[in-house]
Write a protein that binds this ligand. Structure first.
Ligand code: CP
Length: 314
């Protein structure tokens, strides 16, 4: 059955890069999610597809820290028989001053098929896509985009709900610096959900926020009428010292505490991770029936298998 789904999926999908959610139509998103769900087994684990790509080579190039994205792409590649090569900027010739594009040209000259790239500069991924022959999959780009995160969020939600159409989704936390929020807002809205946002003044919104996204003052205002709550961490590494809020104030106005969630038993909680446990989310919420946080990680592998297969479809 898994093989049949994969074969149908590969006939349907074809694309050279995944730079942003904007590269995907709604039908593409639905197809990726259907494919991801098809590799999940009844006991909640990840099956092995019949389709394999033993002649394909992917470099996982991470210029910023990652646990979930890097390892889920690596395990997704392994399950598809793809050779994955890990490149970490630390310990590479980047430390001798080699530029991103020179490094990418070097990988390209080794006849690598694709690069899964995490980089802190907005626009880096498009430059690599324009300058090399490799397919580029965006694994996190500055404050701009994290498309596979938003895809896995949708995949995890759609395991618990039939559709996003008519859903109300709250996004709470450091929205301004969040590539996840940007990708989520695009996909959630195009799949028919309405979005409300909330965060401290220095991180509440970004310049090109769509007009139909509502802004609320506190997490309590958000919880009043949402079906799904997407919690974001404060991105301390992207903040100037004068932008860091008082953590006491933050907890009072924006944290998802056990007590708050107990008053909203129908709300599902997602978080891209890593979680600043005890700041934006209380520890026991991670294992709550209302939390998809750990399940999102499993969907991350399944979605990244679907994305890699899409790239390598004949
Ligand atoms: N959500 C996410 O991108 O996590 P990592 O930084 O661990 O990859």
């Amino acid at each position: 059955m898994v093989g049949l789904f994969f074969a149908l999926f590969l006939l349907f999908m074809a694309g050279r890069h995944l730079l942003s959610t904007y590269d995907l139509t709604v039908d593409d998103v639905k197809s990726i999610v259907t494919e991801a769900h098809s590799v999940l087994t009844n006991d909640g684990r990840i099956g092995t597809p019949d389709v394999q790509y033993p002649d394909r080579r992917v470099v996982l190039a991470f210029y910023e820290a990652s646990t979930r994205t890097r390892i889920s792409f690596e395990t997704a590649a392994q399950r598809l028989g793809i050779t994955s090569i890990h490149f970490q900027a630390t310990g590479s010739s980047v430390e001798k001053g080699e530029s991103l594009l020179d490094t990418m040209h070097t990988l390209d000259a080794m006849d690598v098929d694709a690069v899964v790239l995490r980089h802190g500069s907005n626009g880096a991924h498009a430059s690599v896509a324009a300058e090399t022959r490799m397919s580029v999959i965006n694994a996190g780009e500055g404050t701009t985009a994290h498309p596979t995160q938003a895809l896995l969020d949708v995949s995890a939600i759609l395991e618990r709900r039939p559709s996003l159409s008519g859903c109300r989704i709250g996004i709470v936390g450091d929205i301004r610096h969040s590539r996840v929020a940007r990708s989520q807002i695009d996909l959630f809205r195009r799949l028919g959900a309405s979005v409300v946002i909330c965060g401290p003044e220095t991180m509440a919104t970004f310049d090109d926020m769509p007009n139909d996204v509502e802004q609320r003052s506190t997490i309590d205002d958000v919880l009043e009428d949402v079906n799904i709550l997407s919690m974001l961490r404060i991105q301390f590494e992207r903040l100037n010292s004068d932008e860091v809020p008082s953590l006491d104030d933050y907890r009072k106005r924006y944290a998802l505490t056990t007590k708050r969630l107990a008053n909203h038993k129908d709300v599902l909680v997602i978080h891209p991770g890593p979680v600043n446990v005890g700041i934006e989310v209380d520890a026991d919420i991670l294992t709550s029936q209302q939390s998809l946080i750990r399940r999102q990680v499993t969907h991350g592998v399944a979605v990244r298998m679907a994305v890699l297969s899409r790239l390598f479809a004949p």
